[in-house]
Design a protein around this ligand. Structure first.
Ligand code: FRU
Length: 501
């Protein structure tokens, strides 16, 4: 199989070869961002799950490191988290050299030699050299359900300042329960509570990768709110996997959703981290001054079959998270992509008003320094809808036959992404269609930011309150950008296009 270099992301992490899914234990330590991840080191499909490792100084350009935790015939290494035990509470390092701890999911074989996956439990691995080498703790696992469960996984940690202890969240996936525990030494865990609100549950749904986090409230210095982010599969709005969240309160024992409509089983009443199909298993970095998230840019329904060679899977752009108070005094999570650095080239236009039936095309000269195909495109604009449907097409071919369409329909107040003509389709027909996010007009306009890498489109609308993420597999010549509208009534203002590498 020939390498698909045209789809190799420039500013998103992807392993050089083989399979990747969830991010695990991202952490900033001594000025270096570490990313661990679910990785099959031997095949470009799910299996032999180990923890891969990569490092970065800017969250955009990554260096792949040796495998951190390899799977063994007895144990696969499913998702989990990494923490810097700076006071050596675990006793697994020394006061002079405190350890990094990985709390990961052990997927044991029930019997030696047996191929069936068995018990899942939380185990610990230790690094005394800032993540370069890891040793499994001698008394693993440190946390097992009683009776043992075959679907207890994905530990994440949150420091509870008021109580002076760590809170671990993990799921019992099939039961759709988040289980909360506490500890001060990372080795002994005491059960706190179960979180399983009523509402949107289906018999086949799995709850995965639960994240309890305290997020800063914008404009209110020093105030924070609690959120619980849960990845569900199936159950995502576009089908397959997706990630929703609850805003609420955590009292040290129990997480209680606040204004959330837990009484309804309508998924559209929920708050979603992303309205596209490709943003799953979202977790937060440890050690950053403010919360920064990262997700797997994939979907369990088709990611095992996407057409990239010799790797399969990439991460989303990391994003800053905060809570934005709404007019009705409820909260939404805002996600702002991390800085993309200094652009290679910039194009600005105060106002673009394409007439009906014509398309405005981003002039080639705007980027003649850069080979278009070989840079990440970052578009920002305010769309005054004029009651019309505005259409932004990215990764388009010159002849207009291919492209990814981003539409704003002001009558329906919907943001729509259509990747049915993006290029090589994702290998599941149910996912090549339109995806929709509710997006209300603010003073007759919507604000849009769209970041296009070689095989992805990430949309941040309403300054990051609405996010849509889609993988695409365009032809290498699909580098055009056009603007238009159905009736010629939409106006694109403050258009800014920047190119990054
Ligand atoms: C989420 C997930 C986790 C599990 C891991 C296995 O995508 O299914 O629940 O730990 O991936 O790779």
């Amino acid at each position: 199989l020939q390498e698909t270099r045209q789809w190799r992301p420039l500013l998103h992490y992807a392993p050089a070869r083989n399979w990747m899914n969830d991010p695990n234990g991202p952490i900033l330590i001594d000025g270096v961002y570490h990313l661990f991840y679910q990785h099959n080191p031997v095949e470009p499909v799910m299996g032999y799950i180990s923890w891969g490792h990569a490092t970065s100084r800017d969250l955009l350009h990554w260096q792949e490191e040796p495998i951190a935790l390899p799977s063994t015939p007895q144990e696969q290494i499913y998702s989990g988290t990494v923490i810097y035990d700076r006071d050596n509470r675990s006793g697994l390092g020394t006061d002079e050299n405190p350890p990094l701890l990985a709390l990961y999911t052990s997927v044991f074989r029930d019997m030696p030699g047996e191929q069936e996956d068995g018990t899942q439990a939380v185990s610990v691995a230790v690094s005394l050299d800032r993540g370069a080498h890891w040793t499994r703790y001698a008394h693993n696992p440190v946390l097992t359900l009683n009776p043992a469960s075959r679907n207890f996984r994905d530990p994440a940690l949150c420091w509870y300042e008021e109580g002076g202890y760590w809170v671990l969240t993990a799921v019992e996936a099939e039961q759709q329960i988040v289980k909360l525990f506490r500890s001060t030494d990372f080795l002994n865990w005491e059960f706190l509570s179960d979180f399983r609100p009523p509402g949107y549950h289906t018999p086949e749904m799995l709850w995965e990768v639960p994240v309890l986090a305290r997020l800063p409230i914008e404009g209110e210095a020093g105030s924070f709110g609690w959120v619980m982010i849960v990845s569900v599969n199936p159950g995502g709005l576009t089908g397959g996997s997706g990630t929703f969240y609850y805003v609420g309160d955590f009292d040290g024992t129990t997480f209680t959703p606040a204004e959330h409509p837990t009484a309804t089983d309508d998924p559209w009443q929920y708050r979603w981290m992303d309205y596209g199909p490709d943003n799953y298993a979202i977790v937060c970095f440890a050690g950053t001054p403010t919360p920064v998230s990262i997700g797997w840019m994939g979907n369990w329904n088709y990611s095992n079959h996407t057409p990239t060679v010799p790797w399969r899977g990439q991460m989303t752009l990391p994003a800053h998270l905060s809570l934005a108070r709404q007019k009705d005094s409820t909260f939404l999570i805002r996600q702002k992509p991390v800085s993309l650095g200094d652009p290679e080239e910039v194009f600005v236009a105060a106002e673009i008003r394409p007439e009906a039936g014509t398309l405005w095309r981003l002039p080639d000269s705007a980027a003649d320094c850069a080979d278009f195909a070989d840079a990440v495109l970052d578009l920002q604009m305010l769309i005054e809808s004029g009651g019309d449907v505005a259409v932004l097409t990215v990764a388009a071919t010159e002849d207009g036959r291919f492209g990814t369409e981003i539409l704003y329909d002001s009558a329906r107040q919907e943001l729509i992404v259509d990747r049915s003509r993006s290029g090589v389709p994702v290998p599941d027909a149910a996912f090549t269609t339109r995806h929709i996010a509710p997006l209300s007009l603010q003073d007759g306009a919507v604000r849009l930011r769209v970041i296009v890498d070689r095989s992805s489109v990430e949309i941040f609308a309403a300054d990051g309150l609405v996010r849509m993420t889609e993988v695409i597999f365009p032809s290498p010549h699909a580098t055009s950008v056009t603007l238009g509208s159905y009736a010629g009534n939409a106006c694109f203002r403050s258009v800014k296009v920047r190119w990054f590498r």
